[in-house]
Design a protein. Structure first.
Length: 315
């Protein structure tokens, strides 16, 4: 069986189109399948459109509120019964027609078949921050990410089980996919605009996402704080020595306003910057120690009893 995991948020107009495309793909694939929609706290009638599909292969999980795409992905993986699973978006930017090629590569022996998006046609306002993120991520992180390789991928049962072993609440799927490893195959597809609706990502959310990715897989920012503090200390000592020699040779001079302000700004900014980085890690420790569930299910379709034990449901 092939499991298809689709996190959705306010995608009511896309659900019928998506289902029709899946029908065509599955007729070609000729495999047993299940499509698991994860409604991540939609405020429109997305869930109603999913429920209206009369197909025993369609299943759904509806969160009590918006918990984010990372929580939706792990919820779908916990429920997936297939020998492999495809993770994709519900906005039709990930073409279902690509699933047949992905599955053929899986049958050829690849545990991860990654769909890499060609960014031709993407706006500069989206492409430039993305390029900066990947360069920064790869220069500081212990995992290497490739621009254009996202969540749209097929993963084998071995990969699914490995991902489910990771219990952290602060999840960054792109990094997790790389961290677990296994043999990979990359196929490319052209950039496609959204069929309808608007993306919920804004510049602020993209910055938050970048911070999550950078801090999730390395402690190098903390090491940067150490080296930055050491560099400022050496510069400060050199400046103090210079001032001492100057006083010995020329006598005491009235310190300049610029020197005082520059020193205060330099030291203050370094301290605040370092505290911000340290605070980011402390915040993650704080969240992890709470051990809260990654999501809460408000409503779901029928799954097996064994799988229900993995879920945190409201009564």
């Amino acid at each position: 069986m092939l499991s298809i995991i689709i996190p959705v948020l306010n995608e009511s107009k896309n659900i019928p189109i998506l289902y029709e495309e899946f029908q065509t793909v599955m007729q070609v694939l000729e495999r047993n399948y299940e499509i698991i929609f994860i409604d991540d706290g939609s405020t429109d009638d997305t869930l109603d459109h999913i429920k209206n599909i009369r197909d025993e292969n369609i299943k759904f999980i509806s969160f009590s509120r918006n918990f984010g795409k990372e929580a939706a992905i792990i919820a779908g993986l916990e429920k997936a019964q297939g020998e492999a699973a495809v993770i994709m978006d519900g906005d039709l930017q990930h073409p279902p027609s690509l699933i047949t090629e992905m599955f053929s590569q899986y049958e050829a022996g690849f545990d991860q078949v990654i769909a890499k998006r060609d960014k031709t046609g993407e706006s500069l306002m989206r492409r430039i921050p993305s390029n900066i993120f990947y360069k920064l991520m790869n220069s500081t992180s212990t995992v290497r990410l490739v621009d254009g390789e996202g969540d749209f991928r097929l993963i084998s049962r071995k990969v699914i089980d490995a991902i489910l072993l990771l219990s952290e609440n602060n999840r960054f799927s792109k990094g997790i996919f790389e961290w677990v490893g296994f043999n990979k195959k990359v196929i490319e597809f052209n950039h496609i605009d959204r069929s309808s609706g608007r993306s919920t990502f804004n510049p602020l959310k993209l910055v938050d996402y970048a911070i999550d990715g950078i801090s999730a897989y390395n402690h190098r920012p903390l090491r940067i704080c150490f080296y930055l503090g050491l560099a400022v200390l050496l510069i400060s000592l050199a400046y103090i020595l210079y001032m001492f020699v100057n006083i010995v040779i020329h006598g005491v001079e009235v310190p300049g306003y610029f020197t005082i302000i520059a020193s205060l700004l330099l030291l203050g900014s370094v301290q605040l910057f370092s505290l911000g980085i340290i605070g980011e890690y402390i915040g993650r420790i704080y969240i992890e120690t709470k051990n809260r569930p990654k999501f809460i299910v408000h409503e779901q379709s029928d799954f097996t009893d064994a799988q229900k034990e993995n879920f945190h449901e409201t009564k």
